[in-house]
Design a protein around this ligand. Sequence first.
Ligand code: 4AD
Ligand code: MG
Length: 459
Amino acid sequence: MSKNVLTNRKLFLLNDDKKLEDGSKVVLTGWVRTNRNSGSIGFIEFNDGTHFKNVQLVYESSNKNYEEMAHIKYGSAIEVNGTTKLTPDGKQPFEITLEEFKLLGDCTDDYPLQKKRHSFEFLRDIAHLRPRTNTFNAVFRVRNALAYAIHKYFQEHGFMYIHTPLITGNDAEGAGQTFKVITDLKHPNDFFKANASLTVSGQLHVEPFALTFRDVYTFGPTFRAENSNTVRHASEFWMIEPEMAFADLNDNMDVIESFIKYIIKYVLENCPDEMKFFDSFIEKGLLEKINHVLNSEFKRLPYTEGIKILEEAVKNGHKFENNDIFWGMDLQSEHERYITEQVIKGPVFLTDYPKDIKAFYMKLNSDGKTVAACDLLVPTVGELVGGSQREENYDILKAKMEELGNDKGLEWYLELRKFGGCVHSGFGLGFDRLLMYITGISNIRDVQPYPRTPGSLRF
Ligand code: 4AD
Ligand code: MG
């Protein structure tokens, strides 16, 4: 191929650098999204996978291959030969005048993605094809950018990335929601000679690294056998779990806020077309909401105050599905959403929860009743982050673990409090829920490439 002919990567790089010229020869490979023509002129929306926006290919009836071009089907893979035409006033910065094409992969007539709107439910059944739609294309691009931004934030701020195991012998959260790992149903213990399960959280395994490297994080898949069929629960989801030595609950909240603002900013700067798309077609006002988050301080509210707010709401006639509000209750999504959406109207940390509704490792406050926990609640999603200062007192933690009966097998975890223990804190941010929040997509099944939920294991 002649050196002067632009292939996909070269073309887009030149365009990004604003060095693309009119009349450059191109040879491109990619897929046809739509193809329409009026008898004398035709337009193909062409996507080579590298950008959210399509490139328009234009062919005219003077072209000897016009008839064939007019019959290229939606979804086909093609190679095209043509020249660039800059269109600074158009929707796209340039189009391609098509000269020749080669059909690389035809697409049969039963292709489900014809040019019309499809419901998200329908698209869930074709998870192998839905990334080709505008919505899912944008979702997975933002998902990618978000994952990168997360590593970027932590790497720039001196956190070390630790790979915690996915197969484990403990139930970190103590909620009994683990998937068992077995090789033979008759002998559940045969392989590891122990009860093995998929991890619900990397926290316990990452804490020892914080007590060595100071600031660390793990970022990977976690698994929960929660039988809750909601739009914000998945059986497999990704979680970011930082852990910081010599950091208390307030330091923890400072980092959560700075971290979330950083990654939102990164996505706004790096996925502007996708974010505009979500703002227009998925959640009206999304950009305003996101910019508001960037520019406001996250409120901090003790759980006890939250309960007062809910009691007040009920007194004033608000009806929750669970209207039985009392100090000590575990908040449901409707309660969390009421506080963040109706009262605070933005992100809010709820802090210092009753010890009996939180995990064993959380730091007991001096009142003896609450723990140094912080849940970050955000509008539409509810709980986005769960974090806490960890109990560093050996005796208190030991007594708690014995009371709950999870001390066997976690002796190593307790030991950290004996060998150079210190105040330390961390949190877990649900990656998929963050993506829901940023894109406005309301069902977790539509932000994961292949969602796993109760009763559903397709693909
Ligand atoms: O609040 P969780 O259970 O906290 C922990 O696992 C701690 N070990 C974290 C830590 O301190 N290192 O879970 C953390 C977050 C939740 O706030 C939520 O965003 C998300 O994980 N999450 C889920 N996301 C999707 N589907 C589910 N079933 C989820 N369960 C929790
Ligand atoms: Mg939680």
